[in-house]
Design a binder for this molecule. Structure first.
Ligand code: ZN
Length: 157
């Protein structure tokens, strides 16, 4: 699990630009086709704009036509949290950063193979890191200390 990032609201307000604060901390939504990344094709890793946790990669980004950056899977499932969102007379699945709790967007079951899921994310809630390659992100599940050197030299003589 990512390390929790807790800040009082006034610190988020100072740290984040107003549009990012509105989305991340007040669960706002940017207008479609207006964000920085909905049509972005560059390779890299999308980090949380609040705390820098790697959330999505360009490898799973696809053109959904919805006007927001869309991904069919997260960089690491451990870095995201979801919750039921019943606002606006709809039942949707809200997607949040697991480290800072920042609101990112919503999850819809209309994505492409292999997952069939669409992570519909506000551009202003994420930040594309061009220096980091998609395969550099730790996948989370199944990660653990390697046992290759364990016991070397033991048991002989
Ligand atoms: Zn975060």
């Amino acid at each position: 699990m990512p390390e929790r990032v807790e800040k009082p609201d006034r610190e988020w307000k100072l740290k984040l630009p107003p549009e990012a604060y509105h989305v991340l901390r007040e669960k706002g939504t940017e207008r479609p086709f207006t964000g920085e990344y909905w049509n972005e094709k560059a390779k890299g890793v999308y980090r949380c704009r609040g705390c820098g946790t790697p959330l999505f990669t360009s490898a799973a980004k696809y053109d959904s036509g919805c006007g927001w950056p869309s991904f069919y899977e997260p960089a690491s499932v451990e870095n995201l949290e979801t919750a039921e969102d019943r606002s606006h007379l709809m039942v949707r699945t809200e997607v949040m950063c697991a480290a800072c709790g920042g609101h990112l967007g919503h999850l819809f079951p209309d994505g492409p193979a292999p997952t069939g899921m669409r992570y519909c994310i506000n551009s202003v809630a994420i930040d594309l890191d061009l220096e980091m390659a998609p395969d550099e992100v730790e996948r989370g599940a199944g990660e653990g200390p390697r046992a290759t050197d364990a016991g070397e030299g033991e048991g002989s003589a």
